[in-house]
Design a protein around this ligand. Structure first.
Ligand code: HEM
Length: 211
């Protein structure tokens, strides 16, 4: 085992700012949707939502650029291999102290299940949120340009996406605690360093036997 830099500085900055923005967008968005929540006054919720939304869009643009230029986008190439083993591990194995089916390495930081979920987030939920959000911001301009869109439908799709993000967030927070110690994943995303078997790209024996 060796302490290695797994999450680079930009990656950690992007991760934590994205988390903060999504939480603020959710708090203000659900406050707008459910008036009875009354976490902020309506005008304030609207202002914070707009500022966070534009910040989020800028951050996403920088993150896309960073992923392309560093080659880190390859981390998200999905694979069907070991997805079943990962689901079995999270549902059963984890409670019996079974070994992690796939080892984390520098060239493969995400397990197959994470690859699928994060890819879904990046190519489906975030684009849906940004597109419907921008359509809500420019709703009047779109109407004037002849696009006869339903405000209700746009807001409903946007809200369904928001619930999807909340489900992801809940699962993500739980999975953070399932590293080799309950805090190891969280510490790695704060400091950047994690103890890894640097050269190990092989699945552990338990899964190699199942495959
Ligand atoms: C980044 C892109 C986003 C943009 C451009 C955007 C924009 C908007 C706009 C313009 C509205 C209408 C209310 C208002 O005028 O402020 C809205 C509502 C809302 N947003 Fe967002 N938003 C984005 C991301 C998010 C995210 C990430 C979440 C949740 C995690 C979220 C949750 C909501 C909810 C729940 C509503 C209430 C919808 C309704 O009226 O029923 N938004 N958003």
């Amino acid at each position: 085992m060796k302490k290695v830099m797994v999450y680079k500085r930009f990656e950690r900055f992007w991760h934590w700012l994205q988390a903060l923005l999504i939480i603020l967008l959710a708090l203000t968005g659900f406050d707008i949707h459910y008036a009875q929540l009354h976490l902020f006054d309506f005008h304030m919720a609207h202002q914070i939502h707009q500022v966070c939304a534009w910040s989020f869009i800028v951050l996403v643009a920088f993150a896309i650029f960073w992923h392309i230029t560093t080659g880190e986008w390859k981390q998200y190439i999905p694979t069907r291999k070991y997805v079943g083993a990962m689901i079995q591990f999270y549902l059963v194995g984890i409670f019996k102290n079974a070994p992690h089916p796939v080892k984390k390495t520098l060239i493969s930081k995400l397990n197959p299940l994470q690859k699928l979920v994060y890819l879904g987030l990046k190519i489906l939920i975030i684009p849906v949120m940004v597109t419907t959000g921008l359509m809500l911001i420019y709703y009047n301009e779109l109407l004037a340009a002849g696009y006869n869109l339903s405000l209700g439908v746009l807001a409903t799709i946007h809200t369904i996406g928001a619930f999807g993000l909340m489900v992801f967030l809940a699962g993500h927070i739980y999975l953070i605690t399932t590293g080799h110690t309950p805090m190891s994943n969280l510490k790695a995303m704060i400091t950047g360093y994690e103890e890894l078997d640097e050269n190990d790209t092989q699945p552990t024996e338990s899964v190699a036997n199942q495959a």
